[in-house]
Design a protein around this ligand. Sequence first.
Ligand code: PGA
Length: 257
Amino acid sequence: MSKQRAKLVVGNWKMHGRLAGNTALLQAVAQGAGALPDDVRVGVCVPCPYLAQAQALLDGSRVVWGVQDVSAYTEGAYTGEVAAPMAVDFGASLAIVGHSERRAYHRESAELVAVKTQRVLEAGLTPIVCVGETLEEREAGKTEQVVGVQLDEVLAKLSSEEAARIVVAYEPVWAIGTGKSATAQQAQQVHAFLRARLVAKGAPDVALLYGGSVKPENAEELFRQPDIDGGLIGGASLKDQDFLAICKAAGAVSVTQ
Ligand code: PGA
């Protein structure tokens, strides 16, 4: 029997949002999250300029906030970069690292993602380490090989105590923003594979999120899978009703229900 873990649903706004519209979205999410079961945790990862706004509107609510990337350095002459401790200054507790858009468009290597994960942990934030295969890799039967290498590169740099503090998001690249989610069975299969890696590292209870076209309609079935502990939500996190419906789906399958 697999162990029941608390659910975690995190919004990844990507490069969306403007000051005025964010207010209504953040307020609605903060309010809606208040009605969720205790073991459903909710977070939003906003563009850095809106961290202060997230802090002002979410402080004291059930919703935590964070960033979508951090620098591999703590400070210095790195124009345009944002260091993990800077996010901490604004009350952040989450940082996504290794999102496939960073890996693809900014040529982030598995090694760089591992270093960023270390910086995030040093700053006291929770890294959400993203892994996932392209369609080409899946069709070539390389899914486990690809996500295995992506995860192993990170785990190799961490102690088991540090590994226990990360969150991992499985996000098949072909499912991101395409409307075509992995099936619950496809996702569970990869999650079970990742879980085995984490168990071997001595970090069996790491939250394993699924991401890639999660919507109110498919969230519950995904979250019912034994190794899916929640979701990393892109497009649907920009609409309060959709995002909250996904959070409610996590509540419907949570331990306390
Ligand atoms: P999506 O994005 O939900 O819009 O597919 C997920 C992600 O990239 O984190």
